[in-house]
Structure formats: structure tokens, C-alpha cells
Design a binder for this molecule. Structure first.
Ligand code: SF4
Length: 66
């Protein structure tokens, strides 16, 4: 799946890093970012949980169709 984080929407709540610490982390300013090598092709089911947990819906998860 592909993961997109809208940095303009993110408020740095950190829920995504709590829900899926193997995929999301927070940068020096507290905003969400993906861990290196996790930019695409992630299948961790916790990613969906992280997207749901985000209070401002900054995370978009898309299944790959091919
Ligand atoms: S849960 Fe949402 S608002 Fe909080 S750090 Fe993650 S992307 Fe940003």
C-alpha cells in the first residue's frame, strides 16, 4: 500500500507513531514522517489503524492495484 502524510494538515499529535511505530516516526518538529525505507509497499495492518487514529485525517492509505 502507499502511504501519504499531508504535512500541511498534520498537527504533530503523534498518534500515528504510537499506533504503528514500525512505520511512522516524528521529525524534530514533532510532525509525522515515515521511517526510512517505508515510503511505499508497506503491508503493516497497523498502518490502517494509524490512519484511523490520526485526529486530523492527515494520513491517506491506498491499496496498490497492480
Ligand atoms: S497522528 Fe496525524 S496529526 Fe498526529 S503526528 Fe500522525 S499524521 Fe500528524
Amino acid at each position: 500500500m502507499d502511504i501519504d502524510i499531508d504535512q500541511d494538515v498534520c498537527i504533530g499529535a503523534g498518534q500515528c507513531a504510537l499506533a504503528a511505530p514500525g512505520v511512522f516516526t516524528q521529525d524534530d518538529d514533532g510532525y509525522s514522517t515515515l521511517l526510512p525505507g517505508r515510503e511505499n509497499g508497506v503491508t503493516d495492518p497497523m498502518v490502517r489503524e494509524a490512519a484511523r487514529a490520526c485526529p486530523v485525517s492527515a494520513i491517506t492509505v491506498r491499496e496498490r492495484t497492480a
